[in-house]
Design a protein around this ligand. Structure first.
Ligand code: E4P
Length: 215
């Protein structure tokens, strides 16, 4: 499973990139707004730090507007993937953009029927929002499983990108179900690597190292 970082904060992205654990980045307008910086400036910085797919979301909601924004974003850097909302106008734009060779990440997916249509339209990635489904007492993981199964049944190329991940168990379950990608917040990436026995073991090794005679 590939790992993307779900962040627009360049320091968080740099930290994860330096560990060598991320294959790409996803952003959304809420994440960019949190940085307090202009959208394109943020994207330029991310493209300098990560050499992999970088999802940048359009804010237009009509076919022509989405295409215009999508073309502009894609022209900024070869790694930019255009993030498009899962609405009818969005799917029309996905079709056009994919015919032009522009990669898309169809976002705000909450049902397998939506995911099936996004794949038919030519989406490169589909983003099921696991945490937000769980928030309303649904099962985000069931949605991931359905998408993986349906795409597999028909040989659809669209990659399942598990999004809205809130904790390490989401990552474990998504990987067991065969999600192609998980996009993970910076905090959860660190939770994935943390283990108390590692910390205790390291502390003991360092203490014992001081007892070793120098010669
Ligand atoms: C990623 O592509 C999504 O925009 C993101 O994972 C949404 O996460 P949230 O539900 O925690 O806002």
């Amino acid at each position: 499973m590939q790992i993307f970082i779900d962040s627009a904060d360049i320091e968080e992205i740099r930290d994860a990139a330096e560990m060598g654990v991320i294959d790409g980045v996803t952003t959304n307008p809420s994440l960019v707004a949190k940085t307090g910086r202009p959208f394109k400036e943020v994207l330029v910085d991310i493209c300098e730090v990560v050499n992999g797919p970088i999802s940048a979301e359009v804010v237009a909601t009509d076919h022509e507007g989405i295409i215009r924004e999508g073309r502009n974003l894609a022209a900024m850097h070869e790694n930019i993937v255009v993030k498009v909302p899962l609405i009818a106008e969005g799917l029309k734009a996905v079709r056009t953009l994919s015919e032009e060779g522009i990669r898309t990440n169809v976002t705000l997916c909450f049902s397998v029927t939506q995911g099936l249509l996004a794949a038919k339209a030519g989406a490169t990635y589909i983003s099921p929002f696991i945490g937000r489904v769980d928030d309303i007492a649904g099962s985000g993981m069931e949605l991931v499983q359905q998408l993986v199964t349906v795409y597999g049944n028909y040989g659809l190329d669209t990659k399942v990108l598990a999004a809205s991940i809130r904790h390490p168990l989401h990552v474990v379950e998504a990987s067991l179900l065969g999600a192609d990608v998980a996009t993970i917040p910076h905090k959860v990436i660190h939770q994935l690597l943390k283990h108390p026995l590692t910390d205790i073991g390291l502390e003991r090794f360092l203490a014992d190292a001081k007892k070793i005679p120098s010669r």
